[in-house]
Design a protein around this ligand. Structure first.
Ligand code: SF4
Length: 445
């Protein structure tokens, strides 16, 4: 009999490297921040949404703010909203100024000092916008921004330009749907925001049903941070509605292993059970998740929750977020530190979104050290820094190698690097593993 949703979620999130949010001894957790809130309120996403911390006064009642920083933070908020759900706030350690959850959502003085550094629209989304809300950058897919509201406001957000107080988004849904309907090469739409899952189920359904009625639109993807910040929103009514619009995918956005709570795991499990594939898009953030251990722990935790680590984004050079940016070498170091040390399924693609709208560019450690197409030879490096030669089809040596000696009891890989193998003299004769013509071709040379 399959596990219940709760059992599976519990198992996914309760592991040694995923500490529960309410770990004893920390100034953290629901009991610490919201001792008088009932279960009914806490588990009601509307209560969570309504009780978000959105002002400095509300924040100061929960977390210490140095008095000299009040003015700076107020200035920052006039430019980019704050919103923290009680649930997400409960993950913060109030005693730790450098808490990785806190730094994602609480405006700090660095944001003020860097307020003039960076771009308003670092990805040129508006430059590639045929109608308001649509970005059409790649040939077969479009981004559709349907709101400027989020459950939480991440301080590094690329679209913060639309999220100041009083901003009214140009959400012209019918024009957006019409553009997709009259553009037959669009087979895939990413519905994003803001956060689409902040909408009521009925309103979201009215958008999805219009999209699904477009015959050439194959895939609908929703980008959402709700499973991370407001997991209570993933209720039965929402999930039953979403599964009527398959093939539908959800891209989630977990950045740190401490976000992988039983509540988040339960939300993801509900979506997965409705047949919705989940992919995670993390952002690499200085002082938050910029170590191999943190990203590895995050990705392994996601795998337990059946969420595929999809992208690790280099933080965009958006205005006021300079303090979150790492050098690209940090991202390469993290991917290199994971490759070979955990399943390839757990390794996201590290990408830099090209400034000005060039699109995502994958950046990887260099494993192909030399490649000679004429000689059919590649020199490769493995995760232990050992060097191997790989011969392309038609270039295998005309020889039979003796079996490799039995390895000692060790965790070293059984295959030896080519460079260290003593190559025996070639065996004269034909090997049935060598393609006909290969020997003759080499002799001619
Ligand atoms: S949830 Fe997404 S869109 Fe909203 S503030 Fe965070 S990164 Fe930006």
């Amino acid at each position: 009999m399959p596990d219940s949703v709760d059992t599976a979620a519990q198992r996914a999130a309760t592991t040694p490297d995923v500490p529960p949010a309410t770990q004893k001894g920390r100034s953290s957790g629901r009991a610490f921040f919201y001792p008088d809130v009932s279960d009914a309120e806490w588990n009601d996403w509307r209560w969570q949404f309504k009780n978000r911390v959105t002002t400095l006064e509300e924040l100061a009642a929960k977390l210490p703010i140095p008095p000299h920083e009040l003015g700076l933070r107020r200035e920052v908020l006039s430019d980019f909203r704050m919103g923290i759900t009680p649930y997400y706030l409960s993950l913060i350690d109030a005693d730790d100024e450098s808490d990785p959850i806190l730094k994602q959502v609480v405006p700090l003085s660095d944001e003020y000092y860097f307020r003039a550094v960076g771009e308003e629209d670092p990805l040129g989304e508006e430059k590639f916008s045929p109608v308001p809300g649509i970005t059409h950058r790649y040939p077969d897919r479009v981004l559709m921004v349907i709101s400027n509201n989020c459950a939480i406001y991440c301080r590094y957000c690329t679209r913060k330009r639309t999220m100041y107080d009083g901003a009214t988004p140009e959400v012209e849904l019918d024009r957006m749907v019409d553009y997709i309907a009259r553009t037959p090469q669009v087979r895939d739409v990413v519905v994003s925001g803001g956060d689409p899952l902040n909408y009521s189920t009925q309103k979201l359904e009215s958008i999805l049903s219009k999209l699904r009625a477009i015959p050439h639109l194959e895939i609908i993807r929703i980008g959402s941070r709700v499973p991370v910040a407001l997991p209570q929103r993933i209720d039965d009514e929402l999930v039953e509605m979403l599964q009527r619009y398959h093939p539908l995918w959800v891209n989630v956005h977990f950045n740190h292993p401490r976000e992988l709570t039983p509540e988040a795991a339960r939300a993801c499990d509900k979506l997965s059970r409705a047949g919705i594939p989940l992919n995670n898009q993390a952002v690499l953030l200085k002082g938050i998740n910029d170590t191999v251990e943190t990203v590895k722990s995050l990705c392994q935790g996601l795998m337990r929750m059946r969420v595929r680590p999809y992208y690790l984004y280099q933080c965009d050079p958006v205005r006021g977020a300079e303090h979150f940016r790492t050098p690209i070498s940090k991202g390469i170091e993290i991917i290199e530190g994971m490759r070979g040390h955990t399943s390839g399924l757990a390794i996201p693609t590290y990408v830099v979104d090209a400034p000005g709208g060039g699109g995502k560019i994958p950046v990887q450690p260099q494993y192909l050290l030399r490649y000679d197409e004429q000689k059919g030879r590649a020199v490769l490096r493995n995760f232990r820094d050992k060097i191997y030669e790989y011969l392309e089809p038609g270039y295998l040596r005309d020889e039979i190698r003796p079996p490799a000696p039995r390895p000692q009891e060790t965790d070293e890989p059984t295959a030896e690097p080519v460079a260290e193998i003593e190559v025996p003299p070639p065996v004269v004769g034909k090997s049935r593993w060598v393609r006909k013509g290969a020997t003759a071709r080499r002799e001619k040379k």
